[in-house]
Ligand binder design. Sequence first.
Ligand code: GLY
Length: 371
Amino acid sequence: MARGADVIIIGGGIIGVACAYALTRAGVRRVVLVERGELGREASRAAAGMLAPQAEAESLGPFLDLCLAARDRYRTLEGELRDATGEDIEYCNWGLLYLVDPAEHEAARGRARWQREAGLRVEEISGQALRSLEPLLNPEIGGALLFPDEAHVRPCAVVRALTAGARERGAQVFEKVEAVDFIIGEDRLRGVRAGGETILADSIVACAGPWTGRLLDLVGHGLPTEPVRGQIVRARFDRPPLTHLVWGPRGYLVPRLNGELLIGATVERAGFDATPTLGGVAGLCEAARAMAPGLMAAPFDKAWAGLRPRLPDGLPAIGRFADIPNLYVATGHYRNGILLGPLTGELIADLVVGKEPPLSMEPFSPDRFAR
Ligand code: GLY
């Protein structure tokens, strides 16, 4: 195990490995990551991999700007990771169909309006046009918005590629090593106790998903991260049954290149219990049936769940605490961890090396809960 580091990262989900990748890419030499379980086995594994800010965001503002910048970053990241690691993250810019319920027609038009005003591409699709785009969709659906720039990736491939890229540039990445305490100096942290050893470091990044709040309790900084369970169901086809992401009022469908179809996702307060339930699976299957009844004949493959890290205002915390200048935080990405992961890593790397980030970080300051 390493004895000293420029930066120690605590947590090996997509956010942690993205920080390791971006820090090494920015020239930081001694990067150490400790993960108490296995890399990418919590929320990152449970994610469907949608890069869908136009479907997720409710209004214009800094959060949408962050999400759009993150979506743009994937366009070049795909090739960069392939060249650096040989890993294919299955970036598919297939667009997203946002199904419009007749009762939601006005709200959908409003969404189309504010997005166009912001310069985003949105097309209004009639019921007939929808069926020619996606013949499996329920003929009773009256129309949709098409967001042609939404995309998706395979999350476990993104975690693998970022990890491989970071290791390639010298990062040390440890699994089954738990950070159990911080070494506290006068005005800053001096390191971490992990795996029975002391690792001294200039900077520390805490990115342990919904467990980040518990970790920060050790330095008296309660960040109110809450776990929000998302269950997901997978069916199998011989080839992709859809050519777009499909977003409905009660769930979404994500087709993968190999014929897997993901049906997601529940949004539940169940503490730290990441077990799928019969009720959750039944609800997702019903949501899928309402969107595309023809899917119901597909073989069921598996169901699983993960815990999204959520902060009370639904925004991520990316930055550092004013009173501990070398403690950085990256968590609270809630429904957008895969989308925001790579960009978050780069923003943290900018802060660590003293470079001005390309976006204002003020709305995402971890200090906002202390004010
Ligand atoms: N990003 C979709 C979800 O969290 O369910």
